[in-house]
Design a protein around this ligand. Structure first.
Ligand code: G3P
Ligand code: CA
Length: 270
């Protein structure tokens, strides 16, 4: 049984204040914040409650997750545009109703122990985790889902999750049009531009300048990362989260790069 000694109270206080913190720039903070990729995707079926709870147990500051939309206009938490890889069903998310999606087993593909896991609706996810831990929300394939930005904004607004108080919500995407639109809808939420380019092709100064009208983060794929790229991102006034860290060597290598956050499948490696 946990005794509320002075030391335990201090630990709880420090944990809660860290989870509610404003993200410090790498020059102000000694270590990057911990972001659980699709929860703790290395240990549990990605983007399920099992995965998000495991990530919390492993002490993440933020849960990274992906949002898409069903045929009947409901928001769901899933990475791929089809249910084929991560459930026992088949088909595109946009061609299935929420009821059909909820009938699927979203855990057995990973391990039979997770056979009761379902694809969470976005509302269920927010009710469980909103305001308790940071949320790094990726708008996935928004061009497939007209109006998805407004729906996401409404879900956040009605739960009071757009204020600057408490654990933050940050919205990211590869789709710059969608990010600009979201920024206009909810200017108080910080935006991250995801960037994935083949090795050797960096991010031009012109691109960095264009992101600065709406984004606060530029988040490159780990294979693109160099000290020069990180320093250019910082010089243009952005913070940066690197994705996706999958092993301890990558954590060690990135520690020298002074980035604000690491998005990891195994959050305990951080
Ligand atoms: O958070 C960044 C990362 O999740 C983007 O890639 O494919 O894992 O969604 P993906
Ligand atoms: Ca993602």
């Amino acid at each position: 049984m946990l005794k509320f000694t002075k030391a335990v109270c201090r630990w709880i206080y420090l944990s809660l204040s860290r989870k509610g913190m404003k993200i410090k720039s790498a020059s102000e903070s000694r270590s990057p914040i911990k972001i659980g990729h699709r929860g703790a995707a290395g240990y549990c079926p990605e983007n399920t409650f099992a995965s998000f709870h495991r990530a919390l147990l492993l002490g993440v500051d933020f849960l990274e997750m992906d949002v898409q939309m069903t045929k009947d206009g409901e928001l769901v938490v899933i990475h791929d545009s089809t249910v084929n890889r991560t459930t026992n069903g088949k088909g595109k998310v946009k061609d299935l109703t929420l009821k059909e999606i909820k009938a699927l087993d979203a855990g057995s593909w990973f391990d039979s122990r997770f056979s009761s896991e379902k694809i969470p609706s976005f509302g269920e996810f927010l009710d469980a985790f909103g305001g308790k831990v940071g949320i790094l929300l990726e708008i996935k394939n928004p061009s497939l889902y007209p109006g998805i930005e407004e729906k996401i904004a409404n879900e956040l607004l009605k739960r009071g999750l757009t204020s600057l108080e408490g654990p933050q919500v940050i919205v990211q995407s590869f789709d710059q049009y969608s990010l600009k639109k979201f920024h206009q809808l909810v200017p108080s939420i910080q935006i991250g531009v995801l960037v994935k380019k083949i090795t050797g092709k960096g991010i031009s100064d012109q691109e960095l300048v264009s992101f600065s009208s709406y984004a606060s983060f530029v988040n490159p794929k780990i294979t693109m990362v160099s000290k020069r790229l990180i320093s250019r991102i910082h010089q243009h006034g952005f913070k940066t989260f690197i994705w996706t860290v999958k092993n301890r060597n990558e954590v060690d290598f990135l520690r020298h790069y002074h980035v604000e956050g690491l998005i990891c499948d195994f959050p305990d490696f951080l």
